[in-house]
Design a protein. Structure first.
Length: 156
């Protein structure tokens, strides 16, 4: 389900780009600052397939291991579906059983998810579910997940 990390833009032989850029945000540990990384996505990707590709890049983590960035647990799987202006993201893996990363890291994970997906055209919100069910929060977590997340959710 996780796509490989593709960092290079490719072009057709006619000077037309064969891919477009997506931006994936990772939160810096110990802060609420975001780091943007750019990936290439096939020009034909749009809607749910583009949302799926984008969330797969985020969950896979940055191409180079960076201990200063907050990343999802390695066994996290995410399925993304575009539903109007909202991307529904269903998470599975150990993150759905217990989250011990603390409130700051948890907020960083979901801030990165929200900013990454709301960068896509027409997307304004992210609805998170765990193993197919909308829950109040992660087990052991603090952030409310039963309502869609927007960039305003993380405004200070």
């Amino acid at each position: 389900m996780l796509a490989g990390c593709g960092n290079r833009s490719q072009s057709t032989g006619h000077g037309q780009p064969a891919a477009h850029q997506i931006t994936v945000y990772y939160c810096k540990a110990g802060s609420d600052s975001l780091v943007a990384m750019h990936y290439s996505a096939g020009a034909s990707l749009a809607g749910s397939p583009l949302a799926q590709y984008t969330v797969s890049q985020l969950v896979a983590g940055p191409p180079d291991a960076d201990s200063t960035l907050i990343v999802f647990p390695a066994d996290t799987r995410a399925t993304a579906t575009l539903n109007g202006a909202t991307v529904d993201v269903d998470l599975s893996g150990s993150i759905t059983k217990h989250y011990a990363g603390g409130a700051g890291d948890e907020a960083g994970l979901f801030k990165s998810l929200t900013y990454t997906l709301t960068e896509l055209p027409g997307v304004t919100a992210v609805q998170v579910s765990l193993n197919g069910q909308v829950e109040a929060a992660l087990p052991g977590g603090h952030l409310e997940l039963d309502e869609p997340l927007t960039r305003d959710t993380f405004a200070q």
